[in-house]
Ligand binder design. Sequence first.
Ligand SMILES: [Zn+2]
Length: 658
Amino acid sequence: MNTDKFTNVLTPAEVLVAEGFWKNKMELARTKVIPYEWEALNDRIEGATSSHSIMNFIIAGELTEKRKTGNAVSTSDKDFQGMVFQDSDTAKWLEAAANILMWHKDNELEALIDQVIDIICAAQQPDGYLNTYYIINGLDKRFTNLRDNHELYCLGHMLEAAVAYYQATKKRKLLDAMIHYVELVDRLFGPEPEKAKGYPGHEVIEMALIKLYRITKDERHVKLAKYFIDQRGQSPNYFEEEAVTYGNGTLWNDTYFKMGYFQAHKPVREQDTAIGHAVRAMYLYCGMADVAKETKDESLLLACQNIWNNITEKQMYITGSVGSSSTGESFSFDYDLPNQTAYAETCAAIGLVFFAQRMLLMEPDSRYADIMEKTLFNGIISGISLDGTRFFYLNPLESVPESCEKDEKCQRTDATRQKWFGVACCPPNIARLLSSVGSYIYTVKEQAVYQHLFIGSTIQHMINGEAVRIETSTNYPWDGKVKIKIVTKNPVEFQYAVRIPGWCKNYKLSLNKETVKQPVIEKGYACISRTWQDDNIIELDFSMPVVIMKSNSNVRENTGKCAVMRGPLVYCLEEEDNGGNLHCITMDINGTYQSVWEPRTLDGVTAVYSKGRKTISNRNELYMEADAEKTETIALKWIPYYAWANRSVGEMAVWIRT
Ligand SMILES: [Zn+2]
């Protein structure tokens, strides 16, 4: 594997997103999401589910102080509240806020983050331990239930926050505190005989340790990540032994998952199918890819490729969402992709984007970038309202509000986005994704630049020893025109590789106004190798017609149905535009589909108009002879899926009968 020439991910600081669709989302994160979520973490949103996450840190800090000094605790609130992983909500918010500081100077926000870091670090134990659930409820039980109690998960998220804040400000307080905690974990877990053979029940620390390693270059950090990856699923199974030793019960053992729920049913190199809790799974695969890259581990890369193929060829929604089953928030089985009961957690889709980015760092292949783009535009941003203050945890592809209320199978899905959740992993996760979206546009190696996404942005990067500036301007995804300006002072030779999207059948490519008739295409990228000097303009014009999509025939749910896409966007019908009973509608796959830019619809979208037919239900019988059914022609209006549920409460459907 020749991965050593690749740089690491560009940080949000290195890519200045300047304009367009994603700049608007980043500004939404900065001006709406971050302030709103701060209020939520402090329980100041009226009518929202309580978080208590910040208060848990305050209480833990006071208890820590009391244990050191004997002074009384002043906080009247003395209980840990929320889930065992409540700390991670604050951690993800911190990471998102730190990302914002990388592209927008904000002294007030920085001062607030410093305050939060002081609160967090006050709770740290002398040996480095830092988890409010156990600090408040009893340290004697710490590390006795790695399977269920998320200590290493919370550490992983706080570590990612610490790395981001260090990258944003070079301030080390949180980073040093987390390194101290990692040293404790490193003393307790590992291959050496005196150490326990544990690993996290909920992955994330693996990729966090690699982020840390890329800053510290401390081999212990990559070794610990590799240990957690290698040890998972080995026999004897740590979780089974731990359950007996500490009386943790047999969670999931009476289901078909068993240890597969935790991806711990066999060693990771033997896994080729995505299984179990989808967010855990995605974070594991990210950690595997990170370790594969850093240790040049071919067998681990192969496992990543196999799992990637399984997910994207057999277990992924057209929106890029993954994890179709509400039982265990999990992957279920190949081609099982129900629409109305889709679990499709926002965090799992975010995990797929992380995974795609990591695969791109090892292999520039547009199949990864195609999925990354699809998931960003559809399955992720469907999880947040256009005003940035309401959230979906689940992202179904069909919704009937009455079912959400009364049908047990649908009761975990919401017909409207929520203010907050008891399990609030998704809202701060989407905040950290939106605030760092610039870092997904490029990967750069010694003599090549790969552009994966089309986002109005500028990077300045040393390539082959020369400073090169690359500016992209585009109105993507609303049209397919992309202009890329490459500026260097001195001549420099490198390859510019720009992704030709998988959805695009016709495009024009020109360099300095001259059409490139037969561009060299390598793994989905048009590659221009030359000596660059002064100003150069690459222009792309991707033809972006409306395309009617169908599923593989193995997807039972979508038999006889089609969906509408335009460019990277998946479309849906909503009751607001098309009346109720969307199941009575049939679309005409040979009809005319007209796209219209509507600046005042849903903050500005290209809507699609077509004709369809709708069954007229004017009979009282429940059953009747088939030829009794009558239909009428109706006008259909399609909107981008991500924007559904931003107007009235009503039905929505992506897959429509043909
Ligand atoms: Zn989530």
